[in-house]
Design a binder for this molecule. Sequence first.
Ligand code: NAI
Ligand code: 15L
Length: 268
Amino acid sequence: VPQRPVLLTGASGALGRVLTRALGEAGWTLRLTDRVPFPDPLPEGARFQRADLEDGPAILRLAEGCGTILHFGGISVEHPFETVIGPNIRGLYHAYEAARREGARMVFASSNHTIGFHERSAVLDDDCALKPDGYYGLSKAYGELMGGLYRDKHGVESAFLRIGSCFPEPTDARMLATWLSYADLTRLVMRATLAPNLGPDGTVVIWGASKNSRMTWWGRDGRDTIGWAPQDSADSYAQALEGKTSGNPVVERYQGGGFTGIDFSRGD
Ligand code: NAI
Ligand code: 15L
């Protein structure tokens, strides 16, 4: 159990609810926040407070006394630039300012869309070039860069979780590679929080996918530093899903899949 309370942003979202339940059951002291109400019963000892990530003073107050910030709040899919910038850039800044003020570790829900324009034939290590596939992926890449700044200038530690596709089950052929089970996500967040340190740099990148035999895209990362290895696998869904592709040659060529084919600038 972490020594200090843990702040979870985006608590009312899909992954926030999964983590709240699992970490609450594990006896963690949780401070929860989101801009929409929390829809489930609160675990014992947990507190929920509604706040917008764009409200800096509210986020600083919520983080008071916390040793870890699990930053899962924000826009979670591709949207126009103006929709993304408030929650994912200004909101992210408030989360990092809170981490700096509290001396807290940041566990940042980054995304495979930071590197979505790499081809599926590539094998990427944690130091690969960022190739965001839209404004959403770009905001996550900015998040990782901000984490680097806060490490170098203020000594804030960050685990950048480049999550693949975290859903109850894989639902298309791409997810036979990118799927991350809820149980593997939970263990990943636990290890990223509890690991005594995040290596010599103070930041680690982890590819967030389960033990899928089709996950040939992502190689070396910081998992050994935090002591995490995935245990689940999408393989048993292969027969049902391998024909379930988009039919769009761009989408099928790149790791980011569907987001690579969305263009909000068209028609301007
Ligand atoms: P979600 O959309 O269900 O949850 C995001 C939550 O953030 C929502 O409850 C929303 O109300 C809240 N939020 C948005 N803007 C806010 C603001 N300005 N102030 C306060 N709260 C705000 O998304 P999901 O799937 O739970 O993802 C959680 C995190 O993990 C997101 O950061 C997402 O980008 C990241 N992620 C998720 C993946 C997945 O497969 N589910 C894959 C890669 C990354
Ligand atoms: C993400 O970053 C999104 O949050 C999620 O909704 C999925 O689209 C996922 O990536 C994915 O690439 O499958």
